[in-house]
Design a protein around this ligand. Structure first.
Ligand SMILES: Nc1ncnc2c1ncn2[C@@H]1O[C@H](COP(=O)(O)OP(=O)(O)OP(=O)(O)O)[C@@H](O)[C@H]1O
Ligand SMILES: [Mg+2]
Length: 253
């Protein structure tokens, strides 16, 4: 059975998509058959892997509406072992529609359970605690929580942990944090260091050793439609995501 990890933080722009793409890439590179499941209507994970949204014949919107099976929308990427389930802004309409339908919280879980076999499924979530995000949390075994190393970083995390707790008491008793990943860390600023220390204090057992530095190469890679490991595999950002992926594999085992 696949290890399903939802990359979640309701705060916008903290590095969810960057983490989802690059962790998925390094999992695939280490030989794990991996699905990057774009579950954000912004479709950033889809375009970040160079997929032309105009050319799609099916998306996660069709899947949540149960008009297509997951295997019908999955695309093989040019990177070995890496597959994508794409999303477009249409998914925002899909979210509104499923809100009025049966089994609205379990649509994603059912789709993955009835889908093809993978070693890992990495879900990229939207920046809200919406129905889509909840579907991700209900489907997932683990939550990967990227936290931007800035002043307001920890604000709002209580809400997310509360939501996870409710889901654990209800639809998904085994969902658990796999780790907290500090992102956009600037080693030159004391603020960054303070926030790192703060995160470590709140999540002593969960913080990843390999924090993600602020690295312009990570921001450039999506415009070339490739993961950092292809765009600039010796960059600091690439090394950090490679190390985090190794930690993830260790924590799963
Ligand atoms: N470590 C980093 N160093 C430099 N830039 C980064 C880094 N991580 C992400 N970025 C850039 O910051 C922006 C936000 O990152 P990203 O899209 O991954 O966040 P997100 O949490 O997925 O955003 P959203 O909430 O909108 O989905 C992007 O332009 C991305 O390229
Ligand atoms: Mg995103």
């Amino acid at each position: 059975m696949a290890t399903i990890i939802s990359v979640t933080n309701q705060k916008g722009g903290v590095g969810k998509t960057t983490s989802a793409i690059n962790v998925a890439y390094y999992l695939a590179k280490s030989g794990k058959k991996t699905l990057l499941l774009d579950f954000d209507p912004q479709g950033n994970a889809t375009s970040g892997l160079g997929i032309d949204k105009q050319s799609l014949t099916g998306t996660m919107n069709d899947v949540v509406l149960e008009q297509k099976m997951l295997h019908e929308v999955i695309l093989q990427t040019e990177f070995e072992n890496l597959y994508v389930a794409p999303s477009t802004p249409e998914l925002a309409n899909g979210e509104v529609k499923i809100a009025g339908l049966d089994r609205k919280f379990t649509r994603l879980r059912n789709a993955i359970q009835n889908g093809p076999v993978f070693d890992y499924v990495i879900i990229d979530s939207p920046p809200s605690l919406s129905l889509l995000t909840v579907n991700g949390l209900v489907a997932a075994r683990y939550v990967l929580l990227p936290v931007q190393a800035e002043f307001y970083a920890l604000e709002g995390l209580g809400q997310l942990l509360e939501t996870m707790k409710l889901i654990r008491q209800g639809l998904n008793p085994t969902v658990d944090l796999i780790g907290v990943l500090p992102t956009m860390v600037d080693s030159r600023t004391s603020l960054s260091q303070q926030v790192l220390a703060e995160i470590a204090k709140h999540f002593p057992a969960k913080i990843f050793k390999a924090a993600i530095p602020r690295n312009v190469r990570l921001a450039e890679a999506p415009s070339h439609g490739v993961p950092i490991g292809v765009y600039d595999r010796f960059s600091k950002g690439a090394r950090a995501y490679k190390a985090v992926t190794k930690e993830i594999i260790e924590r799963v085992q």
